[in-house]
Structures are given as C-alpha cells and as structure tokens.
Design a binder for this molecule. Structure first.
Ligand SMILES: *[C@@H]1O[C@H](CO)[C@@H](O)[C@H](O)[C@H]1NC(C)=O
Ligand SMILES: *[C@@H]1O[C@H](CO)[C@@H](O)[C@H](O)[C@H]1NC(C)=O
Ligand SMILES: *[C@@H]1O[C@H](CO)[C@@H](O)[C@H](O)[C@H]1NC(C)=O
Ligand SMILES: *[C@@H]1O[C@H](CO)[C@@H](O)[C@H](O)[C@H]1NC(C)=O
Ligand SMILES: *[C@@H]1O[C@H](CO)[C@@H](O)[C@H](O)[C@H]1NC(C)=O
Ligand SMILES: *[C@@H]1O[C@H](CO)[C@@H](O)[C@H](O)[C@H]1NC(C)=O
Ligand SMILES: *[C@@H]1O[C@H](CO)[C@@H](O)[C@H](O)[C@H]1NC(C)=O
Length: 533
C-alpha cells in the first residue's frame, strides 16, 4: 500500500500525508559508469540461441500417471531407477533451476513475541542461463561423418545444438522476478516510504547480472522500480576489484593451486559415466561416446531445459547417474570455492567485510581483498543505513562467501572415490540458479531461550540476533561456531557473531592465498579455505 500511495502522490492525487519525495542526485543524461544503464559496459559476451517452441517440441508421454502441465519447464520425465519420487532437476548442482533447499539440519521457527526483523542483507545469484562456453558435444555430433543413432537415441538423428552463451534464460528472468516478489512479501515493511533517498542495490556489469537485478527489482516494486532504487553496476572483469566477483583479482584462483576439486571431480566422472557410455555406444554408429561426452549430455539436459523448456537428454540417464552428476559438482565446489580450496576465504572475504561494515553502519576505506574502496568508501555507492540491502552475484562467489564466514558445517571432506549420500556439501541446495542467501538482524525485547519452547528469559534487556537463511532455510550458526550456542532456531547473538567474524580477514590470509608461491594442495590437504602457512 505504501508504494501505491507514493505513486498517487506523484500524480498529485494525494497530498495529505508527507509521502516519499525522491531527491534525484544523479542526472539521467550523464550518470557515472556505476549507475549507467545504457549502453551497457563490461557486459561480457552475449550470443543468443534459438527461441523455444515447447508446444512443438514437448513429446513427453507418461503412462499410468496424472498429467502434470509444464510450469513452464517440462520436468516430468520417466527416469530409470527413480523409485522414491525423487526429482533429477534437484540433482543438477550449480546448474539446477531454483528450488528451496531441503534444509541444513535444523527446523524453522517463527519470531518470538515482541521481536522485530530490523535489517536484511541478501546476496542472490543470477537466474538460469546458457552455458558460459558452448558445450563441445554439439559440434562433435555435427562434425561426425555418417553418424547414425537408433532406439532411445533415434531423435538424435534430427537434433541440433541451438544454445547461445552466458545470457539469462526466460526462466532465469522469472526466477529473479519471483525472488523479488518473495522478498517484498517477507520484508516489504522494511521499505520506508518517507525516505528521501533512493535505495541502492548492487550487481555487476555482466549482462545476466544486470538483468537479474532488474527483474528482481521489478518483482519487488513493479516495473516502475527505478522510482525507488538505483541499481549499481560494479565492473565485472579480470583485474577489477569487485566483491561480487572476487575471483577476478585473485591470481591463484584458477591456476594449478586451485585444481584439487576439479581433478577429484574429473576422476569421479571418468568412472561413473562408463556404463552410460557403453549403453549409448550400443545405439550409435560412427560416433563414440566417452566419459567427456556423457558428462556433456547431462549438462545439456539442464541447459536445454532451462533455455528451451524441455530436453530429451534427461531421460537417457538413470537416477543414480544423476546423483553421481550432483556429487561430481559437489567435489568440484568444496575443492575450488569451499573449505578444501586455498583461495576460497580470500575470494569471499571482501563480501563478508562489506556485510559486517553495513551491520555496523561503517564505510570501508581500506582494502580488504577484492572490494573496490572507491565505491565502498562513499555513502552514495555503499549506503550504510539501508534496512533493505540486496546484492547480486555469481554462485562461486556466494559459495566462497559462505566459506569466508567460517560456516564449517560445509567443511568436512567427502570421498573422491565413492558416492556418499551423507555429506557436508550439496551444491544444488546451496547455489542453484537464482540462489538467495539472506542475513537478518532480529531485535528481541529480552534474550530468547535456546530451547524455543521456553520463550524469552525473564531477565535481561533488548538483544539482537543474526539469522542466516540460504534458499529459504536456516543455516544453524551454532553448528559452525560453538559460542553461538546449540539453539533451536540457529541464530547467533550479535556481539558473539561479531567477535567470531572479527577473525575472518586474518583467516583468509588474502595476499598469500591469492599471490603466494605455495605447492598446489591435493584434495583434502587444505581444510580451512586458506593455504597452509
Ligand atoms: C511516515 O510518515 C508518516 C507521517 O509522518 C508517519 O505516520 C509514518 O509512521 C512514517 N513511516 C515510517 C515508516 O517512518
Ligand atoms: C572501482 O570502481 C570505479 C567505478 O566503477 C572504477 O572506475 C574503478 O576502475 C574501479 N577500480 C578497481 C581497482 O577495480
Ligand atoms: C590436476 O590435474 C592436472 C592435469 O592432470 C595436473 O597438472 C595438476 O597438477 C593436478 N592438480 C593437483 C592439485 O594435483
Ligand atoms: C572424448 O572424445 C573427445 C573427442 O575425440 C576427446 O576430445 C576427449 O578428450 C575424449 N574424452 C576422454 C575422457 O577420453
Ligand atoms: C583493489 O584491491 C587491492 C587488493 O586488495 C587493493 O590493494 C586496492 O587498493 C584495491 N583498489 C580499490 C580501488 O579498491
Ligand atoms: C575408478 O575405478 C577404479 C577401478 O574400479 C578405481 O580403482 C578408482 O579408485 C576409481 N576412481 C575414482 C575416482 O572413483
Ligand atoms: C518492535 O517494533 C514495535 C513496533 O514498532 C516496537 O513497539 C517494539 O518496541 C519493537 N521491539 C523491539 C524489541 O525493538
């Protein structure tokens, strides 16, 4: 309602109450680069692909079960070995379409009486997109002379690779719009309609990042979101400081020192894909399926589904092969951007420092790693008194930030050889497309009992708590930091939290982690997201 009032005021229809007046502090003709909307700069490659045509391409036929309409993606596919109602679209690691997390080991609790959510900071991932590089299987199939396919692969005789790269899919737009809607329902009253300054929400210059932020803002405020918020675009390019893509300035992230995860993943893939390769080779003439191509075919299931609405690649693989696919991504992430990576904390710590500064209402004027202090040192580009803080980023950067916060519940190594159901990291539950990681501050009139059936303590004054929520489920802070306590609700008292986080920058060992000349650690050698010193 507050937003409506404001628009009426603009039209001169309501003047009784002092509603929001926008102070325009930038001119639209010549804004600084970080508020510029057209033309785009540093937007990255943006080749598009073929348009979807689901009414023509969707040929799923399920017998003996109720028809479930695509919504809008066609994800109802018969998957061999799917005995317990599983959904393979939740087993696609970082390329899974958005779905809420199944939880991080704790139940959800409503606010106790008299407590208020006073502040929220979200870092969200862009929505589903094309692959960042063309999937080479497409060209290999097109180039294969005299290739012929039969049986379950018959359709491949007419198939053509038709994806672009990098840019947001239509489903990705929807994921972000929905996330904006989710956040206005959750936090709408934290918008102060009397404020005289526009909010500032931050994203990066990359095309999909910009459009993700725009769709979120449209979901939150409506299409006239620019009346309420300035979107800030931080340069996303190798060599530029950017807390939302911290790897751009961390030399060792991406060289041999951070290959343990990718290598463990590749070795795991080389094994589990062999039965599928044999299966498909039996249906193929003049084309040889090896583990690389099987893995690519599994990736195509995701990319075609999120971009074209449906993919025939999905049903070629068993439920167990999809579980292995997820597992291979989990090995990669814990090793590259998680606790088994020597640069994970360094890549993520810039963002952590920004969150801590905003909680304390401070600007950042000294380098903390990847932050751009030109932006973080000024209220106009780093507002420290906003109750609604929404940032947009990449999954690997969000994953690294979770590591830099010291959330050791995601630290335990798991077997690089054998699929392990019970493990510390499941990427599709943490950073799927359009993932959202919210941090709330909650003020309670008195301390809240760790046993939530017991309500508030009789004694003590106003107490502030920090609450971490990832993909709509609580991360129990006490599981990673004992001093937060073994609380039912997973919260941590603010000063306890701040004492814990005071060590974040030192733990990351930024300069040595990113620029040091240390031997490349093997999988499991590193346990704390920073190099052995
Ligand atoms: C906005 O201003 C009106 C009128 O002064 C006041 O009643 C209302 O509480 C204010 N809202 C907020 C969120 O400050
Ligand atoms: C910091 O951001 C400003 C504004 O976009 C930009 O001009 C500058 O190049 C950036 N500096 C670094 C080191 O990335
Ligand atoms: C990962 O594999 C590559 C290629 O085989 C190799 O050069 C590199 O040393 C391996 N990395 C680690 C950490 O063992
Ligand atoms: C699979 O075949 C392609 C094309 O010959 C090749 O580039 C790739 O390295 C092969 N993968 C493996 C694991 O041998
Ligand atoms: C960019 O980051 C480096 C490394 O932390 C730092 O030395 C430099 O001052 C930063 N530049 C800006 C503009 O923030
Ligand atoms: C792959 O399979 C071989 C043979 O069964 C086994 O020795 C090896 O440990 C497996 N490697 C991985 C990474 O699973
Ligand atoms: C919560 O908000 C209400 C309404 O603004 C206020 O009366 C109350 O004091 C607040 N509670 C705390 C613990 O700050």
């Amino acid at each position: 309602m507050a937003f409506l009032l404001y628009s009426l005021a603009l039209l001169g229809l309501a003047n009784a109450s002092p509603v929001m007046t926008i102070v325009t502090t930038i001119t639209t003709s010549n804004p600084p680069d970080y508020f510029q909307t057209t033309p785009e700069i540093f937007q990255g490659p943006t080749p598009t692909g073929k348009e979807p045509f689901l009414r023509q391409t969707d040929d799923v036929q399920l017998s003996g079960v109720t028809y479930i309409p695509p919504s809008p993606l066609e994800t109802q596919q018969p998957i061999q070995g799917n005995s317990d109602d599983g959904n393979i679209f939740t087993l696609l690691g970082n390329i899974a379409p958005y779905h809420p997390s199944p939880g991080f080991g704790i139940d959800e609790h409503p606010l106790p009486e008299g407590a208020n959510v006073t502040w929220v900071n979200m870092i969200a991932r862009h929505g589903s997109r094309y692959p960042t590089e063309p999937i080479e299987l497409g060209a290999a199939l097109a180039d294969a002379k005299g290739a012929k396919f039969s049986g379950d692969l018959e359709w491949l005789n007419d198939w053509k690779y038709s994806l672009g790269t990098n840019i947001l899919s239509s489903n990705g737009r929807q994921e972000l719009y929905d996330n904006g809607v989710l956040h206005v329902y959750n936090y709408g009253q934290l918008f102060n309609p009397n404020q005289t300054k526009k909010l500032v929400w931050r994203t990066t210059t990359e095309d999909r990042m910009r459009k993700s932020a725009e769709n979120f803002a449209a979901g939150f405020f409506g299409l006239n979101y620019a009346d309420y918020v300035d979107l800030e675009f931080i340069i996303d390019e190798e060599g530029y400081n950017n807390s939302l893509s911290g790897y751009n300035v961390c030399e060792n992230n991406g060289n041999l020192r951070t290959t343990a995860g990718a290598n463990a993943s590749a070795a795991f893939v080389a094994n589990y894909t062999l039965p599928a390769a044999a299966r498909l080779n039996a249906l193929s003439t003049n084309f040889h399926w090896n583990s690389t191509w099987i893995y690519s075919a599994q990736q195509l299931c995701s990319y075609e589904t999120v971009n074209l609405g449906y993919s025939k690649w999905c049903a070629l693989f068993t439920y167990e092969e999809w579980q292995d696919f997820e597992y291979s991504i989990d090995l990669d992430f814990i090793g590259t951007f998680g606790f088994l990576s020597p640069t994970a904390r360094a890549v993520g710590v810039g963002y952590v420092e920004e969150v801590l500064a905003k909680m304390r209402h401070h600007l950042i004027t000294q380098a903390t790693g990847s932050d751009n202090v030109t932006l973080d040192g000024r209220e106009r580009t780093f507002p420290t008194h906003q109750a609604l803080n929404f940032d947009f980023s990449h999954e690997v950067n969000i994953f690294a930030a979770l590591t830099a916060f010291g959330l050791t519940q995601f630290a335990e190594p798991f077997s690089p050889e054998e699929y392990t159901e019970d493990r510390s990291v499941v990427v599709s539950a943490m950073t799927p497309f359009a993932a959202r990681f919210d941090i709330e501050m909650i003020e309670a009139p008195r301390p809240v009992c760790a046993d939530r059936t017991r309500g508030l303590y009789e004694e003590g004054g106003k107490t502030t708590y920090v609450h971490f929520i990832l993909n709509q489920r609580t991360i129990p802070l006490g599981q990673s930091h004992a001093a937060c306590g073994d609380r039912d609700d997973g919260w941590c008292e603010l000063e306890t939290f701040m004492k814990w986080q005071a060590g974040a920058l030192e733990e990351a060992n930024y300069d040595y982690a990113c620029n040091g000349d240390y031997a490349p650690p093997a999988y499991g050698d590193v346990r704390n997201g920073a190099p052995p010193s």
